[in-house]
Design a protein around this ligand. Sequence first.
Ligand code: AMP
Length: 276
Amino acid sequence: MEIITDISSLRSFLKNKASIAFVPTMGNLHEGHLSLVQMAKQQAECTVVSIFVNHLQFSPTEDFNQYPRTLEKDCTLLKDNDVTVVFTPSERTLYPEAQKVLLNLPPVANTLEGEYRPGFFQGVATVVLKLFNIVQPQVAIFGKKDYQQFYIVQEMARQLNFPIDILAGETIRAADGLALSSRNGYLNNDERIEASRLYKMLLLIKQAIEQGNKNFQKLQDNAKRILTQSGWKVDYIALQQRNTLNQATVEDHELVVLGAAWLNKTRLIDNLEIHD
Ligand code: AMP
């Protein structure tokens, strides 16, 4: 496995590769990331994983400095998983000067996560676009864990004519249902036990709708109420159409329920697709 930090070395290494599958990450890797790596290996001869904590997608009040950086351990995991190249650019490599060219995204980027994290998707889309131009993969893989991110990256690739297939990997969960996430490391023991409640509330909504319940407002309100009573601060619990991420109406099918909530100082997100 090659560990490459600069753009020109990466480009020359990848030059004659027949096919490339790419998994962008911010590191602190877990089984969720590794499941995307396994998908990538089925797609192409060469698998590239990037590890870069992208300051552009963090607001000044967010956890950029605190975000867990575990490069050595990550590289061992990736080597054990037979990755071809790890691309770990420095801040100066990816942003040698202030990034003034930024992507302007469709209105969906201002909803849900975008409403609570202004500028987040612009930061994500801009770094993904830069990485796509550097790696030039045929396939790129994102997790459904970050459902709206996957949706927006797919829209970006489609509308900007990137010749890249954007694939989604299923969310990998702990035994109690909590979606694996680097930010789970912020939780203390009590919070870790409480943390699976977000998933459980989304699951209740999913099951109710799959059994024919059409009272979307009440289902969302109940979930918010129970989370709040359990000590969470809820940003949103939202039923959306899967193919637009617009708010769902009772006539709609193909839904997804998404949630974001704070457990003390840790913000968790999750979602479940609904098959009614
Ligand atoms: P991150 O390092 O958090 O930026 O995530 C890198 C990629 O891994 C993104 O496409 C995420 O959606 C994906 N990912 C994160 N957590 C999970 C998970 N539990 N299951 C599957 N994919 C995940």
